[in-house]
Design a protein around this ligand. Sequence first.
Ligand code: NOJ
Length: 824
Amino acid sequence: MATVAATALWSLLLLAAPIDAQVYMGADRSADAFTWVQPLNTTILGQYGHSEPVYPSPSSTGAGGWAEAFEKAQAFVAELTLTEKSDMVTGVPGPCIGNIYPIPRLNFSGICLQDGPVSLRIVDYVSVFPSGVTVAASWDKTVMYERNLAMGREFRAKGAHVALAPSAGPMGRCVYSGRNWEGFSPDPYLSGVAMELGIRGLQDAGVQAVAKHFVANEQEIMRNPVYYTNGTLQYEAISANVDDRTLHELYMWPFANAVHEGVSSVMCSYQRANGSYSCQNSKLLNGLLKDELGFQGYVVSDWYALHAGVDAVNAGMDMDMPGTTRYNRSYVPELARMTSLFGGNITTMVSNGSVAEARLNDMVTRIMTPYFHLRQDEDYPTVDPSSVFLNTFSNQSSWLRPWNITQDTSIRDARDNHAEIIRRHAAESTVLLKNINNALPLKAPRYIGIFGNDAGEIQNGPINRFGSDESLEYGTYAVGGGSGSGRLTYLVTPQEALKARAQQDGTVVESWLNNTLVATSDATTLWSYRGPDVCLVFLKSWAREVIDRESLELDWDGNAVVESVASSCNNTIVITHSAGVNVLPFADHPNVTAILLAHYPGQESGNSITDVLYGDVNPSGRLPYTIAYNESDYNAPIVTNIQTTGVEDWQSWFDERLEIDYRYFDANNISVQYEFGYGLSYTSFDMSDLIVESTQQSGAIQQFPAATPVTPGGNPELWQTLYTASIAVSNTGLSRGSTVPQLYISFPDSAPSGTPPRQLRGFEKVELAPGERRTVTFEIMRRDISYWDVFSQEWAVPSGDFIFHVGFSSRDLVASATVTPIAA
Ligand code: NOJ
């Protein structure tokens, strides 16, 4: 194990500690932050905030089915000059958000990297898909795969080799984090499945996927260092200080799924992790990612996230992006950097012996192996010329070398039939939280009132912005902001879709989209001759990259809008388009008859929600997080401010350890408004007859997995199914619909303290006709019943009784079985 090797090297490395081995004391943790002791010494195991050195950087081997591509990559590397190798690991300005320059003499046409998780951001004629949190709310594996397969086909059609997606960092430790919506869920298991299937979708389309941002990238504030205007450093970026167990069981977990799936690349994150910048952190990159997880692809930096040269290379960094400072600094001012650390410097590092050429060869091999594996050397579409003129990030005047790109102006429309998929996926991801008095589905109402500034058209240009949010008052949110956004080629608003649908029944539709007016008026003075039969209130909340959310309330006085409408309309239905968690103080209002969460649904937003409101799609989404009663109920806050001035003083201590989201609420018996996994349907379901079976002979399961050579994803034994659990599910209602049986596991008391009371370890969405009954089966792997043992540095199965619970949500558990893999 790398850690053992590190122990042996420890005292030696201390003498010449590279940047990632340097540790500081946090401003508020001076007493226990750090002592220089060996990493396996028990006195340090409960502490964190430092990152031990792990060297050398493991070389790739082509394991995990990449042998043929690996050989091709090695042969390719053998043809390169040192300068060409340096070029291969360094981005240059070009038509895409990230570019590796072509080498025509080897028929290599370069690599085009493009954002991001919901859409190909900087081109025209592509689709904007439902965002990550939306898809997580589907709890539907088919949706998770299909969405990215379709998106991958668009990337390919536009000549993008690499999709900078999907994201599991942030995972959602803190409800305020500005980019939670790009990823999936604060539950690592749900996120892990979504990562795996999303990667499979992209790569089945022939596009390289990038699992980002590795790791513990859980807030936006201070994600980058801050410099005074004279260029001197004021503050290092925030350090996410996570203990070893939590890192494994929460934040690394979905990345393990990604590596297991054969992800091409992993993007290291902006912030520091345990005191060392993620892109030069040898423990994270050499130790955890490449050694423990057996990752065979390349580590790409987040844009300008590289802060070291030699140290980063030796710590396991493989590709610097964007690799130059020649960019429009006004675009994202906080990203401004002074120097480029790879490029020509790589040539120097190898020439003067600071970096072994073997390491550089490995970097290029890692970059080219997925390229060959996905056959991107064969008939890959050229980079779409629309990238050139839409790419404000590195416009043509900044290109260091001419790019061989056909300057034709013809339209390359990549959207295909994806509108249909997007409409269906967003509808299937919509979560119904409340439905009383038969409010939904709508039944040809005579008069619909539409309320709220989220119902209509965006009034002030495209929504895919980094900048000011003020101009977003009017218009529905189909996607969030920043590099994970998408440029909508069209947007179906709720208002227009509802009007079109209502016409079929001759329904009268009137709209009040001014929140201030609605919130401050007596609603009866708003409507014309009599009140609507149904009042649809559309509310929203915004989130984007670079900033974190400041409140969990719905934006633009959303609560007051609901109160005002509901005070006079006894059939008020609230629909939200939001980045994630909102507190819903109106949830128990008797006149609020239904609540639907649509998150960020993508370009077909209006059609998707109309399909659900009218019952053409029976809602089957489930909460991928918990909705608490009060904002103050959530733990794990973002660090928004510090009182000290030390350059390293921005520290975020993940002291809650494993207790985030439902793990925290369950461990502390806190009542919540709507629990993790919750969601209603227009029909009803029943579950019974849980049967758990072991795939192993009695007594065969050992505490630790057998020492099997690591393949991508880690020790292959971790992925071995040890139990199957089956349960019969019936549709007991009158309409066709889908439900999501969920399996949660309680560990025995012998597991170390801090183990959450229940953890999600299986889910399956099942569609049933009225009266139909089907059996759903979950496969429980070794990893699912293991905790990360910090002493042995292994996943360990604790002895004693596990309880497998199956139910409709994390707090609606209808059946359970006791399982004893290892007797106490
Ligand atoms: C920064 C973001 O953090 C990352 O997700 C994105 O892929 C790059 N910028 C490129 O736009």
